[in-house]
Design a protein around this ligand. Structure first.
Ligand code: AHG
Ligand code: MN
Ligand code: MN
Length: 327
């Protein structure tokens, strides 16, 4: 028999039919897939079309913007604006919430890191996109900034795209996690990782060890403990390191440092969406002291410490942070 793969669009249609997943969510994921195809194409040929290097500006959180950061931001805004379903977008590359559509149809709020790991763009290393989707709370015709200041437990959908050796889109609507790999010749995302489950433990940890001296002494002890038992991989792209932890087990952590007393990563468009995905796959995500999804955002570029991945290793991190030992 001729076995055809399941396309993302077909899968989304099935989810709508069988699980009554709102058709609006299917449309939003479809548009994320569309934007991801454009980004995948442009990232892979960036050196040929003048898309490498810096723009010469800094973004809202003080990072030097890459040309691909700007391209990624414009692409995702254009793709989601086409749907008429998005009221507002909070993006790493926008100083403030951007209001997109008003009215009855525009019931969703998008929080997005268009290009994660953008320091990797010029060296052929992996990058990603991270997105979280909320329903808007406000009753008026148009959304307000408060509609984007949310607690992760309110996420209705989240996911990421990894642009690595292949382009993979992973998402959840709160009933498991599935991954789709882009066949670049067909131009289709095909189901490749059905019902992803995160191993309870792994053999790999990911963190930027050059900050070791700046970390809390208990975090240092945790790393000393792990380095005797596990090996280290750090790509410089959160999406790539979290994806590996999801498939093979392991953790990623970015604790507070001298420069970033609250940690470097941003709650709304990095930590919370990935926390939702990883929890849905049976893993955990924490600040070290508190579940990421329980944090109420106070500002759109708010930062948070993050430890994410295999459930038991995240729990061990929390124990070390509290006691300075494995307990
Ligand atoms: P972004 O490119 O979206 O600003 O995110 C970069 C993040 C994350 O992807 C990565 O793990 C981390 O910052 C790298 O930071 P360090 O260079 O400080 O390790
Ligand atoms: Mn990022
Ligand atoms: Mn980014």
């Amino acid at each position: 028999m001729n076995e055809l793969g399941i396309t993302l669009n077909r899968y989304l249609w099935q989810q709508h039919q069988q699980l009554k997943q709102p058709s609006e969510l299917s449309m939003l994921f479809g548009q994320m897939g569309f934007a991801a195809k454009i980004l995948s194409r442009e990232i892979s040929r960036a050196a040929l079309v003048g898309l490498l290097g810096l723009v010469g500006e800094k973004n809202a959180t003080g990072d030097a913007q890459k040309k691909l950061d700007v391209f990624g931001n414009e692409t995702v805004i254009a793709a989601f604006s086409q749907t008429g379903l998005v009221a507002a977008i909070a993006s790493e590359e926008l100083d403030e919430v951007q209001f997109i559509d008003c009215g009855n149809e525009a019931q969703y709020i998008l929080c997005i890191d268009p290009l994660d790991g953008s320091s990797n763009t010029d060296t052929g290393s992996p990058v990603g996109t991270i997105f979280g989707i909320y329903r808007r709370n406000s009753r008026g015709n148009c959304a307000t900034e408060e509609d984007a200041l949310r607690q992760g437990t309110e996420l209705v959908a989240a996911g990421y795209v990894l642009y690595g050796t292949s382009t993979v889109l992973v998402y959840t609507c709160g009933n498991g996690v599935n991954g789709f790999t882009l066949d670049p010749n067909l131009g289709e995302f095909l189901l490749s990782h059905a019902n992803i489950r995160a191993p309870e433990e792994g053999k790999v940890y990911s963190a930027n060890l050059s900050y070791y001296r700046e970390w809390h002494p208990h975090t240092q002890k945790f790393v000393d403990h792990l380095s005797d038992r596990q090996t280290l991989r750090y790509t410089g792209a959160l999406v790539a390191d979290v994806h590996r932890s999801l498939l093979e087990g392991g953790i990623y952590f970015y604790p507070p440092t001298d420069k970033h007393e609250e940690g470097k990563l941003r709650l709304l468009y990095e930590c919370a969406p990935l926390a939702f995905v990883v929890e849905q796959a049976g893993g955990s995500a924490s600040t070290g002291k508190q579940r990421i999804l329980d944090i109420q955002a106070q500002s759109i570029h708010q930062r948070s410490p993050l430890v994410i991945g295999s459930h038991r290793t995240v729990a061990l991190y929390e124990t070390f942070l509290k006691t300075g030992s494995s307990g």
